[in-house]
Design a protein. Structure first.
Lengths: 68, 180
């Protein structure tokens, strides 16, 4: 569910007051979004490491005995 | 403290995304995995506080973020340091194709204040809405929007320094002159 807000050519009123042309800003913002997600997805694509899968299994509801 | 099959599966499904967020906080996959481990233990210990039907992923993200800020960071001495360990560990990650490109981007990302970087990741990469991100960060929606905008603008500035060549000096100049 990527509810990404469309990047607008925001000028930067805060900070150092530099103005950017909307067209220049938007292209860079698209690149930023792509890079960010690409970096992020690299990790997501690794899936679930064994250590977490076995951690979760330890807490499963026991089928027969009653342990805490 | 036992997990039903459903909870087990739902938590499992949330882990990849949680890991990626943890990496953006810690800057290092090993520390990130330790953070995720501690988060999962905390979540399971408090599973009765989770309201079924609400957003489990957002709940886990909230726990992770709070844990990072309150305990994990202090213990592991995670310091915001644009030029130090954080950046180094990001760029040293054995990676992916185009790692030079990523290294530059990661360096720029590391220069953002923690709040801005986090907001940007939540909205721009983790796929949360502004409202969900605001809940995770325990702040107003307007605050998140403002942080995301600042993060984007700052990254645009930082990358523009490197990317100006792509657009040519004339175009950059024109942009500056005609910009509102």
């Amino acid at each position: 569910m990527n509810d990404r807000k469309p990047p607008r050519g925001e000028t930067a009123p805060h900070g150092d007051g530099k103005a950017k042309s909307p067209r220049l800003g938007r292209e860079i913002q698209i690149r930023i979004g792509d890079k960010l997600r690409s970096m992020y997805d690299d990790i997501v694509d690794e899936g679930v490491p064994d250590r977490f899968a076995s951690l979760l299994r330890q807490f499963d509801e026991p089928s027969s005995n009653n342990r805490e | 403290m036992a997990l039903s099959r459903g909870m087990h599966d739902d938590i499992l499904a949330a882990i990849p995304n949680l890991r990626a967020f943890a990496v953006s906080l810690c800057g290092n996959i090993d520390r990130a995995d330790d953070l995720v481990q501690e988060t999962l233990l905390k979540a399971i210990a408090n599973i009765d506080r989770f309201q079924p039907g609400t957003n489990l992923s957002a709940w886990l993200f909230t726990i992770l973020r709070n844990h990072f800020r309150s305990e994990f960071r202090k213990r592991r001495r995670e310091v915001e340091d644009a030029d130090g360990k954080y950046t180094e560990s990001l760029t040293a990650e054995p990676s992916q194709v185009g790692s030079i490109e990523f290294a530059e981007f990661k360096r720029a990302l590391a220069q953002l204040p923690q709040d801005q970087r986090e907001a940007l990741i939540l909205v721009g990469a983790s796929g949360f809405s502004y409202e969900e991100a605001a809940n995770i960060c325990d702040c107003a929606v307007g605050t998140i929007k403002s942080r995301v905008n600042r993060a984007r603008n700052r990254l645009a500035e930082l990358m523009d320094i490197n990317g100006a060549a792509d657009f040519g000096p004339d175009e950059a100049m024109r942009g500056i002159l005609t910009g509102t």
